[in-house]
Write a protein that binds this ligand. Structure first.
Ligand code: DIR
Ligand code: MN
Ligand code: MN
Ligand code: MN
Length: 298
């Protein structure tokens, strides 16, 4: 199956500017040649056009969901791109950009199919404008896609065929107070870093994939680079100590590739070259995408 790369240089959903350079840094790290090692054809569709904060009314940043109209416009376009890609029989590989773009990827992936989602992230991304401590939409994409809280009234943000039972969070270590309640009150499955400590990343990821794929047509895999420990992935806007190691991350992505019959879309987000060290986080993002898409040593 052809892999189609779609870059989304979005930084309006996060506080730290620079994550808009993520798609460029990932390409510079050699994404296309790395993917050539996999037995699949790849095509790069370039980047969606995303406005810069400086072009926008500063008032848009003074709300409890910063730049939400811009996020809506971009995610609506991204959803169309993802849907078109799938309709052409290709697999969308979406490069972020901040994690708010997942609203668009999920909406597109779920347009014509029942999907599950596996979320590799330090954070649970299930805030809403009423619960967010930051106003940053990158902390809200799961709530938006599931139509939770105020997002019940924003149809553009709701993924049509995604239900809580098939949403799985893996590797949590930074969850806000209201997010904790929301996860407990929902049917979303969540594994913290403690679960990975106790059971190992292979066992946890296998179970996560089983839950996400149960009874659906396919899954979306969203990889927030802050899932990794900052010692391996320093180039992210919101690093949290105690993340997975380099090998654990590869191991989990290889398990994703083992479920390639279910994999419908893949997304790698939150690479921030300004905070990175010699592009190592972008290089790691490239490697992990390749592992998830089937690259093997032998
Ligand atoms: C925090 C941070 N929970 C927020 N979220 C991040 O702003 O809602 N998600 N960094 O990746
Ligand atoms: Mn920019
Ligand atoms: Mn995230
Ligand atoms: Mn995160």
């Amino acid at each position: 199956m052809t892999i189609r790369t779609i870059g989304v240089p979005m930084d309006l959903g996060a506080d730290r500017r620079g994550v808009d350079m993520g798609p460029s840094a990932i390409r510079y790290a050699g994404l296309s040649t790395t993917l050539d090692d996999i037995d699949r054809s790849t095509i790069d569709r370039g980047d969606l056009t995303v406005p810069h904060a400086e072009e926008r009314d500063p008032e848009r940043a003074a709300t409890n969901a910063k730049y939400l109209p811009e996020v809506e416009a971009i995610c609506t376009r991204l959803a169309d791109e993802v849907d078109d890609t799938l309709a052409d029989g290709a697999l969308p590989l979406v490069l972020g950009g901040d994690h708010s773009i997942a609203i668009g990827t999920l909406a597109g992936a779920a347009r014509e199919a029942e999907i599950g989602a596996v979320w590799f992230d330090a954070h649970s991304d299930i805030n809403t404008p009423a619960t967010t401590p930051s106003g940053n939409v990158h902390g809200m994409p799961l709530a938006a896609a599931l139509g939770l809280g105020e997002f019940a009234d924003t149809p553009w943000a709701n993924a049509p065929n995604l239900s809580e039972e098939n949403v799985v969070l893996v590797g949590l270590r930074s969850v806000d107070e209201h997010e904790r309640e929301r996860i407990r009150d929902s049917d979303v499955t969540a594994y913290t870093m403690s679960d990975i400590d106790e059971r190992g990343v292979v066992d946890v990821t296998e179970e996560a994939l089983a839950v996400a794929t149960d009874g659906v047509d396919g899954i979306h895999v969203s990889l927030d680079m802050d899932w990794l420990d900052p010692s391996h992935a320093p180039g992210v806007g919101t690093p949290v100590r105690g993340g997975v190691t380099y090998r654990e991350a590869h191991s989990a992505m290889e398990l994703v590739a083992d479920h390639d019959d279910a994999l419908r879309s893949l997304e790698v987000v939150e690479v921030n070259p300004i905070l990175d060290s010699h592009n190592e986080t972008a290089e790691l993002a490239t490697e992990l995408a390749a592992s998830a898409l089937g690259k093997r040593v032998l």
